[in-house]
Design a binder for this molecule. Structure first.
Ligand code: M6R
Length: 634
């Protein structure tokens, strides 16, 4: 939630560009363009120029700010901060947009997160005579920072020691989750930032340095990044990056090289990131499999930093995740229990912590998160660690908080996922979770090496099969376009098809704003069948007839049950499964694979369906309403 970018470049040599070649505003706007997926309720920028703060902000998408800047340009500058907002406290208005400028217009502040103690702080500041313009918690942090700044001895040094000290002291007083960035008119070459429970990454340039909520905020300029620890303050100038803790003690971050570049974060000729990312899926699965097993199928997960002996004693696995990632976890549960014989629960992260869960040192927590920043999952992982559990993160974002705070990490190599609705990360998460399951089975001796090798061989064939589904997408697209007026769609599945059905329903809700529900097909007769009336579309994920026969025939019976009551049945089935034809208005075939691997194929037509239907309705599939890509507040 909320995208944040900061920039400190070298002083302009000729008045039009910095020595490093960049105007602060260009860097900020490019960063915001790439970070807009994190929130698009409003956007704003502030630069330090001519001993003053110059600021523009506007409610709505970034395009509104761009128009505002064209109408009312900002002066040249080498220093600035920018923000794209997902509203929490205060509606999405101009007034509540960031930056918030205080200290007689000399201090600009932007924020991501929630300041939980903003109410008592605000009361204290009001008592001291401060007034507030916005309804945000951010303005409280800004006023507090300004108040502390003014109370410190004057210091006009270029490295902004006074602003840094003020940020350290202000951060000590704030509770909750925050990334704060501040620029002050008195310190033209400096941006100071602070983070607690909220993401912030430093970008290292040549004669310029950057700050971003994630690396896409500066990927056009550098791939060298530094991840910050919890409760740290960082001060950047064009030449320096200084990190401390909140008390002012020097601290260090971990430098790393981002393994993708700006081109990977572009649309690649597709009209939307969503369509591009759906088409990235063969590569996402292939990359996630790459280099993780030898010729004999022996798995080596080198990011696995938990002792083999500890893993052998695990007697329970709890998968923690939210949204699409939780559905990936539900798919993985079937495989992990089948291969490892370890009881596996899947729990929504935000529910887990509040039910007094039974967790101990024999529990293995597997968190699934594309962003690695989902606050609900981060808090659940922290809680589990405190109870003594070992934690493995399956994550798509190098350097993000959840893997950093976990005992081990298995990165999905899906590449940057920009569209707010998750697609390629889902398939990559299932793939990575399967690798983890196979690794545990190998370690604990639940499967023979040959069996593991066979599963890996089947997995290796999946990317080409996904590509096949993508090549034959016209039929599902045509159907989606013909259903643009539909008001409700039900999805049914059994076994691994059940979470696939729920994921199909979530995609349709998110993208096309259509009421959609995913049900376990067997649950239908326990209530949901009452929803079926003449013409109700029902999409059914049918398992392979080559798998356990009872499963296939039970689902075929479920199709018949809803059809008998007037449903319009749309079926995803395996190539060659003629038995479903008689019961379906539309059949979409996916290539043959094993039952456990079928979700990697069956999900794809459902993604295409939701995306195409949303586009037929004229919706923005990359930035659906009310959503943000990384949910960094609880
Ligand atoms: O970054 P994460 O995987 O932790 O995000 C979890 C969910 O917020 C995310 O999957 C969300 O449900 C997406 N909008 C789904 O498309």
């Amino acid at each position: 939630m909320c995208g944040i970018v900061g920039y400190a470049g070298t002083a302009p040599a000729n008045g039009t560009s910095t020595a490093a070649g960049h105007q602060a505003l260009d860097v900020l706007m490019e960063g915001l363009r790439r970070l807009e997926y994190r929130g698009y309720d409003s956007a704003g920028v502030a630069v330090v120029a001519n001993g003053e703060i110059a600021m523009r902000k506007k409610a709505g998408k970034l395009a509104n700010l761009t128009a505002e800047l064209a109408a009312s340009p900002l002066p040249d500058s080498m220093t600035g901060i920018g923000h794209t907002r997902w509203a929490t406290h205060g509606g999405p208005t101009d007034k509540n947009a960031h930056p918030h400028v205080v200290d007689d217009g000399r201090l600009a502040v932007i924020h991501n997160g929630i300041i939980e103690n903003y109410a008592p702080l605000k009361a204290e500041l009001v008592y001291q005579g401060h007034t507030f313009i916005s309804d945000t918690d951010t303005e409280v942090a800004a006023v507090l920072l300004g108040e502390i700044y003014r109370s410190l001895p004057a210091d006009e040094s270029a490295d902004g020691a006074r602003l840094t000290r003020a940020m350290q002291l202000a951060s000590q007083r704030l509770e909750g989750a925050f990334t704060l960035l501040a620029a002050h008119a008195a310190h033209p070459g400096t941006v100071v930032a602070s983070r607690r429970n909220s993401p912030l990454v430093v970008g290292l340039g040549d004669g310029e340095n950057f700050l971003g909520s994630d690396v896409s905020g500066f990927i056009d300029y550098t791939r060298r990044a530094v991840e910050l620890g919890q409760d740290q303050v960082v001060t950047i100038t064009a030449a320096t990056v200084a990190i401390t803790d909140f008390r002012g003690e020097p601290a260090e971050g971990r430098e790393y090289l981002v393994d993708w570049d700006a081109a990977a974060a572009e649309k690649d000729g597709f009209p939307s990131f969503m369509e591009k990312e759906i088409h990235d899926q063969p590569e996402a699965v292939a990359q996630t499999l790459l280099g993780r097993s030898d010729i004999d199928g022996k798995l080596t997960l080198d990011e696995m930093r938990i002792d083999a002996d500890v893993l052998k004693t695990v007697n329970k696995i709890i998968v923690l995740a939210c949204g699409t990632s939780a559905y990936a976890g539900q798919v993985a549960k079937y495989a992990i229990e089948h291969w490892c014989r370890i009881p596996t629960e899947v729990e929504l992260s935000h529910e887990f912590r509040y039910r007094d869960p039974i967790v101990d040192d024999k529990t293995l927590i597997v968190s699934l998160s594309q962003s690695g920043e989902t606050m609900d999952t981060l808090m659940a992982v922290r809680y589990a660690r405190e109870q003594g559990a070992k934690t493995v993160a399956i994550c798509n974002t190098n350097g993000s908080t959840i893997p950093r705070e976990s005992d081990a990490v298995l990165y999905t190599h899906a590449g940057p996922e920009i569209a707010v609705a998750s697609t390629k990360a889902f398939l990559a998460q299932i793939t990575a979770a399967y690798l983890l399951g196979l690794y545990l089975a190998q370690l604990r001796g639940n499967l023979f090496q040959g069996q593991i090798k066979d599963v890996l061989a089947d997995l290796a064939k999946v990317p080409a099969k996904i590509a096949q589904v993508l090549e034959n997408d016209q039929q599902i697209k045509d159907l989606a376009r013909s259903m643009a007026d539909t008001s409700s769609v039900l999805f049914l599945g059994r076994h691994v098809g059940f979470p696939v059905a729920m994921e199909g329903a979530l995609k349709l809700k998110e993208l096309a704003y259509i009421h959609a529900e995913g049900f376990a097909a067997g649950e239908l007769k326990h209530g949901p069948i009452a929803l079926i009336e003449e013409g109700q579309p029902v999409i059914v994920v049918v398992p392979s007839p080559r798998g356990r026969d009872s499963l296939h025939s039970k689902v075929v019976s479920n199709i018949q049950e809803v059809r008998a009551r007037g449903a319009k049945t749309i079926v995803i089935a395996e190539e060659g499964d003629e038995s479903v034809r008689a019961h379906a208005e539309h059949v979409f075939y996916i290539p043959e694979t094993t039952t456990l691997l079928a979700p990697l194929l069956a999900t794809v037509p459902l993604q295409i369906f939701a995306c195409e239907l949303a586009m037929a309705k004229g919706y923005d599939v990359d930035q659906p309403r009310n959503l943000a890509k990384s949910v960094t507040v609880e």
